[in-house]
Design a protein around this ligand. Structure first.
Ligand code: ADP
Ligand code: MG
Length: 386
């Protein structure tokens, strides 16, 4: 396809969350018009797009309007029904493709894709087994215990996961997860978690960002640091090569995030992937000369993909709604004036009306000349945030 030139095209987004909002901001900066389809009357992305189509993801009228008025369409979250993407693909450029998103929607299928790509990259997923019926449950290899039982579909931020140590606990956990198809993974001794963002164009060109080191709290991403403070260069390079391989094997178009574990024994394991810009890539908005959202816009529009250049050491702090609550009550906003007095602080709030515990309200990027300096400011910011 020929490129959709900036200033002369309209881009559509399925989903109205914060990732959609930041995509819209990046698209608008380049001069594109944006249309967001989201069922909620008020949404972070719907509020900033030129047009918000308030409709369900499978609503034929809403999808038809999106296809009519947009030149190309993307999705901001992976659990959009694959059928919606397929329907749109019949009419417009859609990236990523429904088939690639479908792989990411199902952990069992995703792991099979990782196994296939590992033949080239040498980076395998965790030892695991699929449990979709009682026979498979009974046949589980005890060597997979202790393990984590994860629903194959719709899990995120640690939701739909239970830790199990014995066959009896496993059976009870599967009951608790309503006997939905699940994947049991061996519990691995993690030394560090990392992710790699790649962007691939329809012409097969792939670019990548540096490896990002991630810290999770309660299953939710809390901190991302780049350059990765605790990861040897060869581990980072292997993760980057594996992520590029995964994207190429999917004939993927757009930004893809691949998560990895680095284990105590030095092994690198591929965990899961997200077919979109990712929370762990938010640092690119301030620490790089091109953000993950601009790369998503470029990939969708068929524009060239520049090799990103990191110009600053970066720390990203996720801002959950919990920060709006103190012992005195809440919700009240944190002392942003004090946080923003610190050098190299860049605040991104998602425009969510109401702060709630566990809700992603925004993120704070901290940039500095050196990782040590960024880290020091991050500690000061965290102290203010409480
Ligand atoms: P989600 O979709 O919720 O992000 P993940 O599979 O990434 O699901 O799991 C969430 C977190 O749980 C991971 O970031 C990691 O900290 C931990 N975790 C997941 N799988 C394993 C495993 N096999 N061994 C040890 N820790 C794990
Ligand atoms: Mg994850």
């Amino acid at each position: 396809m020929s490129a959709l030139l900036p200033g002369a095209a309209t881009l559509g987004v399925l989903g109205g969350g914060q990732l959609g909002r930041m995509f819209v901001h990046a698209a608008q900066a380049l001069g594109y018009r944006c249309i967001v389809l989201d069922p909620d009357a008020i949404s972070p992305a719907g509020a900033v797009a030129e047009t918000h189509i308030e409709a369900d993801y499978l609503d034929p009228v809403g999808l038809a309007q999106l296809a009519r008025d947009c030149d190309a369409i993307t999705t901001e979250f992976e659990n959009v029904p694959a059928l919606a993407l397929q329907t749109l693909a019949g009419m417009r450029v859609v990236a990523p493709a429904a088939a690639a998103v479908a792989v990411c929607q199902d952990r069992a299928v995703e792991k099979a894709h990782f196994e296939a790509a590992a033949a080239q990259s040498g980076v395998y997923p965790a030892p695991h087994a699929v449990i979709s019926n009682a026979i498979e449950l009974a046949a589980i290899d005890p060597a997979l215990l202790p393990g984590i039982l994860k629903t194959s579909r719709m899990g995120y931020d640690g939701k739909g996961q239970l830790r199990v140590s014995t066959p009896a606990e496993l059976a009870a956990a599967w009951d608790e997860l309503k006997r939905e198809p699940c994947v049991l993974e061996q519990m691995l001794p993690l030394k560090a978690e990392l992710s790699v963002l790649v962007a691939r164009g329809a012409d097969g060109q792939i670019v990548h960002y540096p490896a990002q080191q991630n810290l999770h709290r309660g299953g939710i991403l809390a901190v991302t640091e780049v350059p990765a403070p605790g990861l040897p260069a060869d581990v980072q390079q292997r993760a980057i090569a594996a992520a590029r391989q995964v994207a190429a094997a999917l004939a993927y178009v757009g930004v893809l995030c691949v998560e990895f574990f680095w284990l105590e024994d030095g092994r690198l394991v591929v965990n899961e992937m997200a077919p979109r810009p990712h929370n762990s890539g938010h640092w690119t908005m301030d620490g790089c000369d091109v953000s993950q959202f601009e790369l998503q816009v470029r990939a969708l529009a068929g524009l060239p993909l520049p090799e990103p250049r990191r110009h600053s050491a970066s720390v990203m702090l996720n801002l959950l709604g919990d920060l709006w609550f103190t012992e005195a009550g809440g919700p009240t906003p944190p002392a942003w004036d004090r946080v923003l007095a610190l050098p190299g602080t860049h605040l991104h709030l998602y425009g969510k009306a109401e702060a709630r515990h566990g809700r992603k309200m925004g993120h704070l990027n901290i940039t500095a000349e050196t990782p040590e300096a960024a880290h020091a400011v991050a500690l000061q910011a965290a102290a203010i945030l409480g």
